[in-house]
Write a protein that binds this ligand. Sequence first.
Ligand code: FAD
Length: 561
Amino acid sequence: MGLAETGTRTTEALDPFGYATHEVLNQPPPLADYDAFGTDPVLPTIVRTFGAEWAKERLHEAGKVVGSAHVQELARQANRNLPELRTHDRFGHRVDRVDFHPAWHELMGLAIRHDTHALCWNDPRPGAQVARAALSYLWNQGENGICCPIGMTYSAVPILREDPARWAEWGKLVTSTAYDRRQIRAADKTGATVGMAMTEKQGGSDLRQTQTRALPNGDGTWSLVGHKWFFSVPHSDVFLTLARTPEGVSCFVVAGWLPDGSRNRLQVQRLKDKCGNKSNASSEVEFRGAIAHLIGEPGHGIRTGLRMNHYTRLDFAVGSAGLMRQAVAQAAHHVANRRAFQRALIDQPIMANVVADLALEAEAAAWLSFRFCAALDREKESESERLLGRIGAPIAKYWVCKRVPAVVVEALECHGGNGFIEDHLMARLYREAPLNGIWEGTGNVICLDVLRSMERTPDCVPALLDELRLARGADRRYDAELEALERDLLDIARQEGQARRFVERLAIMASAGLLLRHAPPSVADAFIATRVAGGYAGHFGDLPSGIDAGATARRAVPTLY
Ligand SMILES: Cc1cc2nc3c(=O)[nH]c(=O)nc-3n(C[C@H](O)[C@H](O)[C@H](O)COP(=O)(O)OP(=O)(O)OC[C@H]3O[C@@H](n4cnc5c(N)ncnc54)[C@H](O)[C@@H]3O)c2cc1C
């Protein structure tokens, strides 16, 4: 009986002419089907340290979903099949809807089912902000596009909650864990997401230039006339926006669809063709009498918006730390499973140094971001935590978002050519990496916010110094830099042009202090030797001799099931 008749698939049977020219060798298995929480070298300790251990089971579950081959495939599909704007139906009626690939909706449904948008509001026990942030950190490793509506929905809750009428209308829907993909009026839905439309053509940083006008309708509602130049998730069920009233720039709540089921009076002009964040729809929009409700005090809309920013900024810091972890996990997995010059790449001394250095950066970023989420958890009981959170959120947002592109680029290079090819998710992370540094306040604007916090809330400074002093005495290099910082602090803070360098120093010291207190001594030592003790060029692979780079690099390798 011939081989073909037995049904056995052999090379001979399939390839009788010998076209199989080679065996595929030395290609690592895909990093898929792993627990992104359980195999994270840092996150479980962070969660325990900041009082969110009760969420462990939920985080393991989310970690397994996020690390699954299925979610990776959904993320690929959602980024290859981009959202499309449908301005009109086939009969010519204006509809202003956005059509998504089913993969987007499945991803949204999974993340919302995990309560990534609202855990801390639905279950506000101690550590809840940290637990929710951990979900966000994990989902930023799954697919970044969905993290935009998830993060905005999370951040809008404290603002909506302050207005009883708006909360009665939206509270249940925006905290629901049942994702409802339908673009219809809220009354018929089981869940809702929130958007934020602030940026106009003439300027996104300087929102005092807002041109959109709000005209009173006489029944408690307003009609908005104007435009927004950036409006992500334009199919949001509800969004917050800014418009001018006689008192000045004010904040408004706008429903996407009116109670009679019609689209609110806004027109989506087009979707942005973006560098990254492709799965998510970002648009340009015109308000043509959009019906809106004022929220907060008239004339103080920017202040209301900034309160929301506090949450989104922390979410982007945590999200960027998650993005770093994904990049480092991919790189560590690749080099542990590929050989060159008779050794696994991870055992080549320079590569071990590079991966260890990347892992250090990711570990420091996670501690820094989560520390200020923990401040949110504690701020009601402790004034010093509130002050620490005020100055800490922009420090973390600036620094972690600034470092993530560098980490992703180096992690991509660890993959050689494969990293640059679209089949691999590193290419997507590469396009995604700069974005968190732009929205919710660009780097310069965030540094100005740190200076503003010191000027307007001067008690932030002792709160931050007290936090840094908790690690005093553990390392003389740290102590020396702390002393220098204490001496120079107020002087430097007066020099606006030095703000980046200054915020960088604060971020590095806050990270170093956290590592000294909570991380393995070898990690803290390596971080301080490079980032605090001076002479660090900012490139990866710069750890001095005497540090066990191999062990640190191996610690970053995720284990598959
Ligand atoms: C993909 C994407 C999605 C977005 N989605 C939304 C959205 O949903 N809703 C929304 O409202 N916005 C959104 N934005 C807009 C984003 O928030 C703005 O782009 C951002 O706030 C910067 O505003 P701008 O683009 O007008 O730049 P500008 O304000 O013009 O800033 C340009 C540069 O000048 C710098 N700069 C500004 N002021 C100062 C200063 N005083 N000193 C020193 N430097 C300064 C900035 O740091 C920046 O580098 C989105 C942006 C992107 C890229």
